[in-house]
Write a protein that binds this ligand. Structure first.
Ligand code: NAI
Length: 331
């Protein structure tokens, strides 16, 4: 048994988390669930959307799975997700994006991984008013953070037997920060001569992803570029309801779906649990329960292929209960 912290989150979070837990149990995952709180519910209970108790739990158990959290806007709270990543130094965000059966999308054979630097860039939160009407937002890039995310991407590419790494940048307008990022990438790439390596601007990559996403494999980039590219790539294979994600640091890992709390469908039993379930499968892989992780991935494929009981975002007329029943039956 491995202990993992479970944060259900807000909106559809508790619905997709409950469904995910049912499938995990049926798949034979050996987990002890430790409940943590974050989001709107945590404000009511602890006066903070990300209470210290929750951070302490993750520090103790090291691995967490998290549903989406709503950050109240204009109430003085910093983004929960940005804070979580910063406090636990979860420096790498991973988004594996792979074509799934049964989902109508313009491309087949997409198989790429977006690796995003998770702690710096514009998300360092350094923004101030210089004079009324003039605001400065600073994009922080440090050598250490650039080195560790680039090294992580190349190591991951090697370990997973991938063929190519693309470093995404905008060095033409950011010659100091992105220039440094590229120089570090060049020197790290020298250690991986067996991997194809290229540098491309963010605009170039955006165009090529729309024309032929199969040309890409591992993509690594700074925080804001990664945020945008992750969602764009999710759209290439069926959208937010199916794409998993992970935030990885040296000591801790937090797994979560790409999507938010979906207030428009929350409480209606319509949410698709597949994105969170696949994030849970990544978690199982991470903690060494690979057999259960593979069973879940196979079940997701079979369920999508069969097309029975699917939720509305997948073109079906089912709901969370019906798709969960299919996911369990197909294990
Ligand atoms: P969203 O991802 O919640 O929703 C966008 C659209 O996708 C909506 O139409 C929604 O119904 C649909 N959708 C999302 N997940 C779905 C699922 N599993 N099944 C079926 N349909 C699904 O994005 P939005 O509306 O921009 O954000 C809502 C809230 O979520 C905001 O408060 C935002 O801050 C928060 N958020 C939290 C994240 C996290 O905790 N990791 C990530 C993104 C947003």
């Amino acid at each position: 048994m491995t202990s993992v912290v479970m944060i259900a989150g807000d909106g559809i979070g508790p619905e997709v988390m409950a469904a995910t837990r049912q499938v995990l149990q049926a798949a034979g995952a050996r987990l002890d669930w430790v409940e943590g709180h974050a989001g709107l519910g945590a404000i009511e209970r602890f006066g903070d959307p990300l209470p210290d108790q929750t951070l302490e739990l993750i520090r103790k158990h090291r691995v967490a799975i998290k549903g989406p959290c709503t950050t109240p806007v204009g109430k003085g709270f910093r983004s929960i997700n940005v804070r979580l990543r910063k406090e636990l130094d979860l420096f790498a965000s991973l988004r594996p994006v792979k074509t799934l059966p049964g989902i109508k999308v313009p491309y087949t054979n997409v198989d790429l991984i977006v690796v995003r630097e998770n702690t710096e860039g514009l998300y360092a939160g350094m923004e101030h008013v210089i004079v009324p009407g003039v605001v400065e937002s600073l994009r922080l890039v440090t050598r250490d953070a650039a080195e560790r995310i680039l090294r992580y991407a190349f190591e991951m590419a090697r370990n997973l037997g991938r063929r190519k790494v693309t470093v995404v940048h905008k060095a033409s307008v950011l010659p100091l920060s992105d220039g440094m990022f590229l120089r570090i990438a060049d020197s790290i790439a020298d250690d991986y001569p067996f991997l194809e390596y290229q540098q491309q601007t963010i605009d170039h990559v955006s165009l090529d992803l729309a024309l032929d996403p199969t040309a890409y494999d591992v993509l690594v980039m700074e925080n804001l570029f990664g945020d945008v590219m992750s969602d764009l790539c999710a759209g290439l294979v069926g959208g937010l309801g199916v794409v998993p994600g992970a935030n990885i640091g040296k000591r801790y890992a937090v797994f979560e779906a790409v999507h938010g709390s979906a207030p428009d469908i929350a409480g209606k039993g319509l949410a698709n649990p597949i994105a969170l379930l696949r994030s849970a499968a990544m978690m199982l892989d991470h903690i060494g329960q690979r057999v259960s992780a593979e069973r879940i991935e196979h079940s997701v494929h079979r369920t999508l292929e069969a097309g029975v009981g699917l939720t509305g975002d997948l073109g079906g007329n089912g709901n969370t209960v019906s798709i969960t029943a299919q996911l369990i039956a197909n294990l």
